[in-house]
Ligand binder design. Structure first.
Ligand SMILES: NC(=O)c1ccc[n+]([C@@H]2O[C@H](COP(=O)([O-])OP(=O)(O)OC[C@H]3O[C@@H](n4cnc5c(N)ncnc54)[C@H](O)[C@@H]3O)[C@@H](O)[C@H]2O)c1
Length: 420
């Protein structure tokens, strides 16, 4: 059988690992992207995402992968997968500009017999109400008849050593059964467990349920953290105790807020659409948002209290932030709560410094901050240290033993570090 071809539109955190999985499993892969510098750097063998290193890009290139800005590759492909960003616009509404743009490009180049799959996270109805009409209008073809159309949400856990594309079950729902089966046939070539769903809307909503579930449960422990502190109850011990229940409980831990794309942004897509179509709010999401967004201020208040107990004002004190990415052991800084923590500390007159093994230079509203070179010296000099991300590279017990004051928002370090 001749080699089959897939074009993956968008070569970011989602599209590039997918390209690797398909490439490793016999597909000829085109990585189509609008960012020319990214395409050039991928073709030169350089990775820009945490989960892939340069040698893996070189391995893909050797297997026939190529990044491109030329949409004519779509006409040579049996499958086209859309992995473009779905951010929020100013004002908090979904920004589907990239999905529309990618759909137009695909529609302009689509040939009969192709399977088109949307992976970008979005509100229920996007594949049918937005992507399908654009594809049909621009191609003159009919979805479900001339070409197959499905939605299959991305589920990657960046930085995870346990779960990758292969061993994470994958949902897919098509416009009709033939489309669902076409998506199953594609993913089955490199995913252990493809799961056919009843339809596209159910697949879209399942992804949002997953993200909202995390968002709400993180907010629950964050809210409990605040009042347990007031009640003089150790929330970390509470969580440790509750986690011993072998059923009906799932462990979530407090922190300085939520980051990345999935948790702070995606649930808004669902609440926006509920309000848009039905006129009432999705209250859980809105409450979770409010609580999780209040955490950076809570962290700053805790630092201020700690300093105050030692007769020091926050104004003029030096505060060292450890770990500024949104998640431990990855370099991704998108939506990281470290940014509002730093902004608030600076507003209060603190002199902030930072250290992160994965970030050389950190972009803040007040300008770029360069990482402290010598961690031990920076720890020694700081009036207070705040652990925002417990990267594996840190020996936090040792840091706690030499720090003047240390607030550990992740509950990892031993005393004398103080937990959130
Ligand atoms: N990053 C994650 O961990 C994660 C997890 C689950 C779901 N998702 C979802 O997957 C989608 C993609 O996210 P990401 O993190 O990979 O984004 P990203 O920003 O890392 O990458 C997107 C890429 O798409 C390109 N692009 C933008 N518009 C384009 C167009 N019209 N045509 C071709 N390329 C275009 C950009 O240049 C960029 O390289 C989003 O909907 C996101 O919510 C992300």
């Amino acid at each position: 059988m001749s080699q089959q071809t897939v074009t993956i539109v968008g070569q970011g955190y989602v599209g590039l690992p997918l390209a690797q999985a398909a490439s490793r499993n016999g597909w000829k892969v085109y990585g189509l992207d609008v960012t020319e510098s990214l395409v050039d750097s991928l073709n030169d063998g350089h990775s820009h995402v945490d989960d892939l290193d340069d040698s893996e890009i070189q391995e893909m290139l050797t297997s026939g992968y190529s990044a491109t800005t030329d949409p004519s590759v779509i006409a040579d492909s049996e499958v086209v997968v859309i992995c473009v960003p779905t951010p929020l616009a100013d004002g908090g509404s979904p920004d589907l500009g990239a999905v529309k743009g990618a759909s137009r490009t695909i529609g302009d180049n689509l040939v009969a017999g192709t399977t088109v799959i949307l992976e970008s996270t979005t509100y229920p109805g996007t594949t049918d109400d937005l992507v399908r009409p654009i594809l049909e209008l621009n191609s003159g073809l009919v979805a479900g008849e001339d070409f197959q159309l499905a939605y299959s949400p991305e589920r990657v856990d960046p930085g995870s050593k346990k779960f990758g594309i292969k061993n994470t079950p994958k949902l897919m729902g098509g416009i009709n059964d033939a489309s669902t089966q076409a998506a199953v046939a594609f993913y089955r070539t490199f995913v252990d467990e493809p799961i056919a769903m009843k339809g596209m809307r159910e697949a879209e909503t399942a992804k949002l349920l997953e993200n909202t579930f995390r968002h709400v449960n993180i907010a629950l422990v964050n809210e409990m953290t605040k009042f347990c502190k007031e009640l003089n109850i150790d929330i970390w011990e509470v969580i440790r105790g509750a986690s011993t229940k072998p059923f009906g409980f799932m462990k979530f831990t407090p922190g300085p807020g939520v980051g990345g794309h999935c948790i702070p942004i995606d649930p808004n897509y669902l609440s926006y659409e509920v309000r848009n179509q039905l006129g009432y709010p999705f209250r859980f999401v809105e409450l979770a948002q409010e609580i999780n967004n209040s955490m950076p201020k809570y962290v700053v208040d805790r630092v201020s209290e700690m300093l105050n107990e030692h007769r020091k004002p926050l104004n003029g004190s030096s505060v060292l932030l450890l770990g500024v990415t949104y998640k431990a052991d990855i370099a991704d800084q998108r939506e990281s709560p470290a940014i509002p923590v730093a902004d608030l500390l600076q507003e209060k007159g603190a002199h902030i410094r930072f250290h992160d093994p994965l970030v050389d230079s950190w972009k803040l509203a007040s300008g770029d901050l360069v990482r402290e070179d010598d961690l031990d010296k920076a720890v020694e000099e700081a009036d207070a240290i705040v652990v925002l991300q417990a990267h594996d590279a840190y020996d936090l017990d040792r840091i706690a033993s030499t720090a003047r004051l240390m607030l550990d928002t992740r509950g990892v370090a031993a005393a004398p570090a103080v937990r959130l």
